[in-house]
Design a protein around this ligand. Structure first.
Ligand code: MG
Length: 243
């Protein structure tokens, strides 16, 4: 920085030609960012996205977490939690940009954690909560948009039950030393319906329902997992970009 200040001082008041030459010191021409064709809208997958679910045939990208074939209800453009437990992608991911849309049931049943509960588990371990948090009090670090039992969302951006909502997620995977200790914890940024709810927060460890979250060493990539919490939550338009 010092040299730039000195150069700016020397050239101040000089000709336009000299200033053009000076400006070249701060031009960087390489690397050239590769071209990605954006979707027609920000919810459509860009050209380099991995499509995880857009229509029924994409259920082939998923399996039950117990290794059995996909068993949730699948309609043309959405999947719905039924029985059979969580589902996970067959492909594994680390650092990523994830778009996912979800809908809690229009018919309100239950309350608190029992209403429209599901979850998006990055790397099968770190839960971004899915819940009907529209006029449905529960503990703040367990409502929709929370990193479950770790980070309260900045605001409640929930739409009413029965309406589609979106999460746009930027996730940085944790890094570990060979001895299993944490080199860099995971980080996550989340927009819910276009509203920032998590701003580059540090994930404390793997999600735990009871007890304090903690890290256990794992690989650089792991499947994305969607929770079966016994409520018929639906998902659609799921795509991911590896970073
Ligand atoms: Mg959940």
């Amino acid at each position: 920085m010092k040299q730039y200040i000195l150069l700016a001082f020397l050239f101040s008041g000089s000709t336009g030609f000299a200033q053009d030459s000076l400006s070249k010191y701060t031009e960087v021409w390489s690397p050239v960012p590769r071209v990605v064709t954006a979707g027609k809208t920000s919810t459509d997958p860009p050209s380099d996205a991995v499509i995880l679910f857009r229509n029924k045939k994409d259920t082939a990208n998923w399996q039950q977490d117990n290794g059995k074939p996909f068993a949730w209800k699948a309609d043309d453009s959405l999947i719905t939690v039924t029985s059979g437990g969580a589902i996970r992608t067959k492909q594994s991911f680390g650092d990523c940009q994830l778009h996912i849309e979800w809908r809690t049931p229009a018919e309100i049943k239950g309350n608190g954690q029992g209403r429209g509960n599901s979850g998006i588990f990055l790397m099968s371990r770190y839960e971004l909560q899915v819940l009907d948090s529209y006029n449905n009090p529960t503990y703040s670090n367990g409502q929709a948009g929370s990193i479950y039992k770790q980070h309260i969302p900045l605001v409640n951006a929930c739409r009413p039950p029965g309406e589609w909502q979106s999460y746009d997620i930027l996730f940085t995977a944790p890094q570990f030393y060979a001895d299993g200790s944490v080199k860099n914890p995971a980080r996550i940024t989340v927009f819910q319906n276009g509203v920032l709810v998590q701003n580059n927060v540090e994930i404390i460890g793997g999600t735990r329902y009871i007890g304090i979250a903690r890290y256990e060493k794992h690989g650089e990539k792991a499947p994305l997992l969607l929770q079966d919490h016994g409520n018929p939550v639906s998902f659609r338009n799921v795509w991911i970009r590896e970073l």
